[in-house]
Structure formats: structure tokens, C-alpha cells
Design a protein around this ligand. Structure first.
Ligand code: PLP
Length: 253
């Protein structure tokens, strides 16, 4: 609708392949990245690639939109620094959200951007429908000012870590965060497995895994897998859910 021509870029173990992106679209007006935790695989963009991306944006006068949707809820280790904090040339527009940490129903997020853009961003925000509620913004600001938000984040990370452990136990997986993809556990499936079909059939038994293959822009490169969210794992009955999911998956492989 906005007349944007998008160019997908490959991701590997170091995150977005910045060099490949520059070659495919050297004059791009903007690059949209999830540098902290690639969505959905969870890989962090390496320092070398961050520096290259920033250098490209600076030389080219391009913008980088950093969609930092999950750094507050990284369960293991410290979250990587925001790309915006490494930007010396004012080319990064950093966007955060309260959808994951509090509730998507709030419809609140935040933008940290170079001051010169503030009027344009304010105009855009004013055109959003529905506009973010002022009362919710005040309440949230107060919640943060009094320190409740940080306490809430610590509590959520403990809760999600416990749910991850329960899911790993139920699936007889090692208790590491290596297979984490953001706030989901990635169960890779053999190439060509119909992960979309498995996910659809799982809905019928009350489970909602997300198929990995639908995230690929190029279907010929799509890997098959299931993303199991750890945030809403029930306190009881997780073994039963996992057993049904494994049976279903094996039947369809
Ligand atoms: C990659 C990514 N970015 C951002 C968001 C948050 O978007 P919003 O703040 O519009 O709810 C999500 C939520 O699911 C996401 O997956």
C-alpha cells in the first residue's frame, strides 16, 4: 500500500546476512532488522555485521529500523546491546513494544529516533487508528516510574524459564536455551515435512504450534519445524499436550 518494494535477506548463525542484503539492494531507503533476536529464529546479529550495517546506512543516507520486540524478555544471559546504542551517525530508528512484556491489547510501544525525525514520527503516530490511549500511557509511565515494570519483567522471566523447563521435560529435551527461538522452542523437522498440516491438525486437539516454513520469503529454501511458545504453557497437563503433539507429528512425517 505504501509502494514499498521489499527485498528479503537470508539469515544464518550470525543473524541477517548484511553483505548479501547490501548486494541485493545497495540503494535501499531503509533496512528493517530484528538485531537482538531475529524473528523467528532468535539469532543475535553479530558485532561485525552490525558495524557493516551501520556503515552502509551512514554512507548511503539510509535508515535502519530496529524492531526490538523481545530484548526485555531474553531468558538466558544478557541481551545484546541495542543497535541504536552502537549508532554514531543517527541512522537507527529503534522501536520497542509493550505487547510482549505486558499485553498486546494495550497497543503501546515506543520509538527512540534521531531528534530531527520527531515531528514526522509524531505526525505518523497521530494518524494511527486507534490512537494509543492517553490514560494507558500515563498509567504505564507511572508503573515504570515506581519500579513495578522492572519487577514485573524479572517475575515474567522466572515464570517463562519455569515454563520452558516444563516443556523441555515433557518433550525429553535437554534443559538448555540453545533451541530457543525468541520465546519459543524450535523443534526442527526433516526437510519437506508438512509443518503447516501438523499445525492445523494440532489446533483440533487444542494446541497451537507455529509452523516454521511460513516465515520464509523463498519457499524453495523453507525449513520445516514447529515453534512452541513457552509463554502460555499450562501449569498442568503439559505432558499430555506434548505426547499428543509428538504422536500427531510422527503420524504425519
Ligand atoms: C517481530 C515482532 N515485532 C514486533 C512485535 C510487536 O508488535 P506490536 O507492538 O505492534 O504488537 C511482534 C509481536 O508479536 C513481533 O513478533
Amino acid at each position: 500500500m505504501a509502494g514499498i518494494e521489499s527485498v528479503p535477506v537470508n539469515v544464518d548463525a550470525h543473524g541477517l546476512d548484511v553483505e548479501a542484503g547490501i548486494q541485493r539492494a545497495p540503494g535501499a531507503a531503509l533496512a528493517v532488522v530484528t538485531a537482538g533476536q531475529q524473528a523467528p529464529l532468535g539469532v543475535t546479529l553479530s558485532l561485525a555485521r552490525r558495524l557493516r550495517l551501520l556503515e552502509w546506512a551512514n554512507e548511503n543516507g539510509s535508515w535502519i529500523i530496529e524492531d526490538d520486540y523481545l530484548s526485555e524478555l531474553q531468558l538466558a544471559g544478557r541481551a545484546a546491546p541495542a543497535l541504536a546504542s552502537q549508532d554514531r551517525s543517527g541512522r537507527v530508528i529503534h522501536i520497542g513494544t509493550f505487547s510482549k512484556t505486558i499485553n498486546p491489547g494495550l497497543r503501546l510501544g515506543f520509538v527512540v529516533a534521531p531528534t530531527a525525525l520527531s515531528n514526522r514520527i509524531a505526525d505518523t503516530a497521530a494518524a494511527l487508528a486507534p490512537a494509543a490511549s492517553l490514560a494507558s500511557q500515563w498509567a504505564l509511565a507511572e508503573f515504570m516510574r515506581k519500579g513495578h515494570y522492572l519487577r514485573h519483567l524479572r517475575r515474567m522471566k522466572r515464570t517463562y524459564s519455569a515454563r520452558l523447563a516444563a516443556l523441555q521435560r515433557a518433550l525429553s529435551l535437554p534443559a538448555t536455551t540453545e533451541a530457543m527461538a525468541g520465546l519459543a522452542l524450535l523443534l526442527p523437522l526433516p526437510q519437506g515435512t508438512d509443518d503447516v498440516g501438523i499445525s492445523q491438525q494440532a489446533l483440533a486437539v487444542g494446541l497451537a504450534p507455529l509452523p516454521l516454513s511460513i516465515w520464509y520469503a523463498d519457499v524453495t529454501q523453507a525449513q520445516s519445524g514447529l515453534l512452541l511458545g513457552v509463554t502460555n504453557v499450562p501449569d498442568e497437563g503439559v505432558e499430555d499436550c506434548c505426547r499428543r503433539l509428538v504422536e500427531l507429528t510422527q503420524a504425519l512425517m
